[in-house]
Design a protein around this ligand. Sequence first.
Ligand code: DWN
Ligand code: ZN
Length: 418
Amino acid sequence: MFQTIDHCRSCDGATLHDVLSLGEVPLADKFLSAADLSRPEPVFPLNVAFCGDCSLVQIRETVEPDVLFGSDYPYFSSFSPAWVEHCRRNAEELIASRDLGAEHLVVEIASNDGYMLRNFHDRGIATLGIDPVPGPAAAAEALGIPTLRKFFSAELAENLTTEGRFADVILGNNVLAHVADLSGFVNGIRTLLKPGGVAVIEAPYVRDLIDHCEFDTVYHEHLCYFSVTALNRLFLDRGLCLTEVRRLPTHGGSIRLYIEHGTAPSDQVCRLLDEEAALGIDSLSYYESFAQRVSVLQESLVALLDRLRSAGKTVAGYGAAAKGTTLLNASGVRSEHLDFIVDRNIYKHGHHMPGLKTPIFAPERLLTEMPDYVLLLAWNFQEEIIRQQSEYLSQGGRFIVPVPEVRIVDGLRDQSAA
Ligand code: DWN
Ligand code: ZN
């Protein structure tokens, strides 16, 4: 069900240096039904490597996409209001800056439940979603957004252009890192993108991952962890260029790429490349201390949970997030540490976390059970969730925020480390 690479996913170089091993962990989004609890749960090695030739950070293990993104894939973007608003603002800016109208075509790769394309569709702009997962695709189609239930590929791009369909705008949020055939994917963008068009892609930024110890964002769905340096090489090698890159706070720190047909990055991108070179993001030394910092964080989390349990305290979790699967299972958190986990995504209710098998309920359970502490597994939405759970806090509840360092929070301001 999985292969291990010894050549780089972008440049095919053979100089891959291991920088972090997270052991053997279950698949991050494979939430368990009650029936699954009595069956053996597959686990897979999870190892992060740095390419000495093009600086791409990547995991060595490739799990079959059909296994990772099968019909049971539970992620619906619209359960995160702050994320939906972030994408609406992006859409509005694109519509205005490119004067998009009915004669234009906006294509989104990994269009999920229509959370992004609806902003274009509602303005009469032609849209096309591409997403292989039936649940979210059906939700998008219910909004009137035509959706191809396929993985995007160079072949799909060829088929679309053969039908005379070229995109004025191609969108892709948090999909580039998920792609096994990275070269085919980028070649497909070059094929589908109309001359003068723009591809706008968001991906987690490896600089934030390393600087803020966001090791839990490493899981089998995320094959690559991008720097501007690695992305510049990836696109230039395939006839595309970065015309702008913006840093964003979403998902623990991301970058938004503006990509066009061309042969050289813009001055703004060159300045970011220089910044990364000055930090050493294009050299192995930048990543060498990461594993040690991850171990310290993991040990402090388990020690805190042990202390709380020994003191008779009750602990729950908030956010049945993919990153939560890595945080819990790779850190050695045990099932007895957490009584339950809550999440707003109704499709996760009644299921159990991969590995620990902790049951998942609706957030209302925090007030009915009033656990002493709640481990914030979806820490990337810390402010939104703490505002949302003000009643739990006002009744004496506290959050444990695990990243970038383990700390206890009893309101919107952070407290000292735990
Ligand atoms: O790349 C990916 C990211 C974008 O989304 C996917 N491969 C998988 C997924 O990763 P994740 O599950 O760690 O992402 P989120 O968006 O950080 O997950 C947040 C979880 O928290 C979701 O299940 C929704 C839930 N949530 C909630 O219960 N209440 C989120 C918010 C904002 C809330 O208020
Ligand atoms: Zn490489």
